[in-house]
Unconditional design. Structure first.
Length: 109
């Protein structure tokens, strides 16, 4: 099971686990979650001018699990922009959780 923890107030997403949808190396659910997190990390990096400080980013995927952590603190005038980026990724993660409820679980705080 992939566990996703989202703390909206601090623009933080933490992911752990493995979907166990298919054999390791061929798991489309893990691949989809990984791609969404890499997209979030890259979007944040490309927009660092919107942030008060360097973002905290760690995204790793191996055959055993996904471990990802992305958090940033936006400048006040760019908070809506950062929120849009995060919400887009959250929409994708929610679609995965709806489509694969046995493999992906989301907890929003």
């Amino acid at each position: 099971m992939i566990n996703i923890e989202i703390i909206k107030s601090s623009h933080k997403i933490k992911i752990t686990g493995h979907a166990n949808y298919a054999e390791k190396g061929k798991d489309i659910v893990c691949a989809a979650v990984s791609m969404l997190m890499y997209t979030l990390a890259e979007s944040i990096k490309r927009n660092e001018f919107m942030l008060l400080c360097k973002p905290r980013i760690k995204v790793q995927e191996d055959e055993e699990s996904i471990n990802a952590y992305v958090q940033c603190i936006p400048k006040r005038q760019y908070e809506a922009n950062i929120e849009t980026i995060y919400q887009t990724i959250l929409n994708g993660l929610e679609l995965l959780a709806e489509g694969y409820p046995e493999n992906v679980q989301i907890k929003v705080i």
